[in-house]
Design a protein around this ligand. Structure first.
Ligand SMILES: O=C(O)Cc1cc(O)ccc1O
Ligand SMILES: [Fe+2]
Length: 441
């Protein structure tokens, strides 16, 4: 008896091989001899494959930012029927114009369960964002909730790269470059335009997506930290080549300038037998993050927790940073240890992958999220403030949660759907009520 689709997903996810490193030249062939040697585009590519370049940066960008890969495939991507518009579901794109940017602090509970048969693409739900897809600037925050694998359907996003942050349910990502497994606590990145399919390893899945319209995420500079630390390049795992030779109708959904377009191919475009290059999908286990912090006094700024950064044209000013609050020791002397009260020119969307977050005693839930827009005042809730102000300052391990932040240079405009959602929490402001006056003269 042949395996069910779910069994095929599970078996495929076992013992995956990877190619390690960030920004380096990878190469991989699923069939020996499929990669040409000494040139990218020989007169006839090996094994009758088609050679095709995928450019993630302009041809002429400087070497240290240039990203491209060469794919050797059964059929060239160019062999496809026309795309036609299809429904956008709950996906929207920048510029976000259906509501005005809001200075209020907003918080959402997790997405409700989706209807039966919702796959990753159908389960995407846009919360908001900034910039403009047609200008390749800015970002969108999406959530997803799915209970079905994509079958005979693949997705690609011309508008940006997708940083997927699973919160519930492991994912098998079948990409043009091969297979990746991403479970809660990992992040996965799919470069702009790369075709992929999401299969569910646990029946249901939930999480967050940062769609980055701008420059690709890269590792932050380390400056005085030195040659090692934060996210180490060797812990980023690209797939090895794996292809499917499928000659039956496959729907390709293409997100282009804010809309979904669909075409039904007569074959699967996940037909890359070999590839090489530095533009690759990857996964990263957030628990590998080397957390740097204060070993004397004061709470450091969260920039020190940056995993990945999408630079802007201004040095030091990120279009968007991906920041993780991973388990760590707090040892600061005479220090208020949780996140401080602050107002930030950058806008902060936060999510929770597991457990709790040290600035919020309750209400900030795994699968939920908060938005503290440009200059909005926030910080520890009353309970956290009272507790941390009175705490005995012994070395303390913070290891009861895994939270993250998409921190962006432009204010985040929420979609009408996010503003009117049942799971938008009323009364979020109240967490800062009752902070007593202690000042006496
Ligand atoms: O608002 C937040 O919780 C995120 C955050 C964490 C921190 O440690 C310092 C500043 C900051 O914005
Ligand atoms: Fe903050």
């Amino acid at each position: 008896m042949s395996d069910t689709a779910d069994e095929q997903t599970r078996k495929a996810a076992e013992a995956l091989a990877h190619s390690a490193g960030f920004g380096n030249e990878h190469s991989s062939e699923a069939v020996p001899g499929a990669l040409p040697h000494g040139r990218n585009s020989p007169q006839r590519a090996p094994l009758g494959l088609y050679a095709e370049q995928l450019s993630g940066t302009a041809f002429t960008e400087p070497r240290h930012t240039n990203r491209r890969s060469w794919l050797y495939r059964v059929r060239p991507s160019a062999a496809h029927p026309p795309f036609t518009r299809t429904g956008n579901g709950n996906i929207s794109s920048a510029p976000f114009t259906d509501s005005v940017p809001d200075p209020n602090r907003l918080r959402w509970s997790p997405l409700p369960e989706p209807p039966e048969g919702t796959d990753f693409v159908a389960g995407l739900w846009t919360l908001g964002g900034n910039g403009d897809v047609t200008q390749r600037t800015g970002m969108a925050v999406h959530l997803y909730a799915a209970n079905a694998s994509m079958t005979d359907r693949v997705f690609s996003d011309a508008d940006g790269e997708l940083l997927i942050v699973p919160e519930r349910g492991a994912l098998l990502l079948r990409t043009e470059f091969g297979l990746l497994r991403a479970e809660p606590g990992h992040v996965a990145l799919i470069p702009r335009g790369v075709r992929f399919r999401v299969e569910l390893l646990e029946g249901t899945a939930r999480g967050y997506v940062c769609e980055n319209y701008g420059q690709p995420f890269t590792l932050p500079e380390l400056g005085p930290i030195g040659a090692n630390g934060l996210a180490n390049a060797r812990d980023f795992l690209a797939p090895v080549a794996a292809y499917e030779d499928v000659e039956r109708p496959v729907e390709v959904v293409n997100k282009f300038c804010g809309n979904l377009w669909s075409a039904t191919y007569d074959h699967s475009p996940l037909d890359v037998v070999a590839w090489h290059g530095n533009l690759v999908p990857y996964v990263y286990d957030l628990r590998r993050f080397n957390v740097i912090g204060s070993i004397s006094y004061d709470h450091p700024d969260p920039s020190v927790f940056t995993v990945l950064t999408s630079p802007s044209d201004t040095p030091g000013l990120a279009a968007v940073d991906f920041v993780v609050f991973a388990p760590r020791w707090l040892v600061g002397e005479d220090t208020f240890r949780p996140p401080y009260f602050h107002r930030n020119v950058m806008s902060e969307y936060m999510g929770l992958i597991e457990g709790a977050y040290d600035a919020k005693a309750e209400g900030f839930l795994p699968g939920g999220g908060s938005l503290h827009n440009m200059m909005s005042a926030h910080g520890p809730d009353r309970e956290t403030f009272d507790r941390a102000s009175a705490a005995e300052l012994r070395p303390q391990k913070v290891d009861d949660g895994l939270a993250f932040m998409f921190e962006t240079r432009w204010p985040v405009t929420t979609t009408e759907r996010a503003r009117t959602a049942d799971h938008l929490q009323p009364g979020y402001d109240d967490v800062w009520q009752g902070l007593e006056r202690h000042y006496r003269r």
